[in-house]
Design a protein. Structure first.
Length: 294
């Protein structure tokens, strides 16, 4: 059982180190919940976070054996994702292995195991049913669309999956489809956040926190997130929409508070970089960082 906890904890820590907070999503994926292709049952608990945060378009998942039994195959180089299974079971059940429960346990015991699964997007030779997703009408906000369209040297924006992120290595932004967001404001806040990250690329304004590898919770990571949040807030202000990004950032708030106590200059420096990022996106020539005396 300890091994199962280790596998899942390590996977969550991996995602956090990559900058993915699995439970932070301002879009609605309820109609696209991850489910097993064979049983058609929705995954539950931590499995929802482990699977939903991955950039796949299909909600369906299978074990390697299920893929083989259906006559399909997993594409070369594809990596599996761990999911857990647990239920109450009698100790004398022949399915239990000796190392899965303490020897002193009697009666009903919780059986906890993990399995490796693959998304349908990683598989060939099997046809999945079309997801029954109710597509909501997306009403674009003209001024926000103008900002995105007019950004100089704008990175490619890809749509699909259940993650929003900027890839510094390949210089592109990934966003879920627009209609999956809870509101147009949520979509544009998220898009502005990722565009602010993208300004850190060496081909644009360049920022240490983007150019150099930083880990979740580190000083540079926290600073970069603060820059992106503030940059999104500036752009939301310019376009006249409510900024909801920061409301969805509870996972970062404690870290920011700690960093602000450690470094009194963090907020001012991050705000200056955020303004520079917003100015670049808006194709404005940035002014001085200090205000002139009136």
């Amino acid at each position: 059982m300890c091994k199962v906890y280790d596998v899942i904890n390590n996977r969550i820590m991996e995602l956090l180190d990559q900058g993915t907070v699995p439970w932070r999503k301002p879009w609605n994926a309820e109609s696209n919940m991850p489910k097993n292709l064979i049983s058609r049952k929705d995954y539950r608990g931590v499995n929802v976070f482990l699977l939903s945060c991955l950039p796949f378009g299909s909600p369906y998942w299978l074990t390697y054996k299920q893929v083989q039994d259906r006559g399909g195959y997993v594409r070369k180089g594809e990596k599996s994702t761990p999911v857990i299974f647990w239920k109450w079971i009698d100790k004398n059940d022949g399915d239990i292995q000796d190392n899965e429960i303490p020897t002193s346990t009697k009666g009903k015991v919780p059986l906890l195991r993990y399995y490796s699964v693959f998304n349908m997007d990683q598989v060939e030779g099997i046809k999945a049913p079309e997801p029954q997703e109710v597509i909501k009408e997306f009403n674009p906000i003209h001024k926000a669309e103008e900002v995105i369209a007019s950004m100089p040297q704008r990175p490619e924006i890809k749509y699909g999956g259940n993650r929003a992120y900027y890839s510094p290595s390949y210089d592109y932004i990934q966003l879920p489809h627009q209609h999956t967001f809870q509101s147009p404001e949520e979509y544009y806040s998220t898009a502005f956040h990722e565009l602010a990250h993208a300004t850190g690329h060496s081909s644009r304004v360049g920022r240490k926190s983007i150019l150099e590898t930083s880990y979740f919770g580190s000083h540079e990571y926290s600073k970069e997130e603060l820059v992106a949040e503030m940059g999104a807030a500036f752009l939301c202000g310019v376009t006249g929409i409510e900024n909801r990004t920061i409301e969805n950032s509870a996972a970062y708030i404690q870290g920011w508070l700690r960093k602000l106590k450690e470094d009194k200059t963090l907020l001012i420096h991050a705000a200056a970089q955020a303004q520079k990022a917003a100015d670049f996106i808006l194709n404005r020539k940035g002014g001085e960082d200090t205000e002139e005396e009136q």
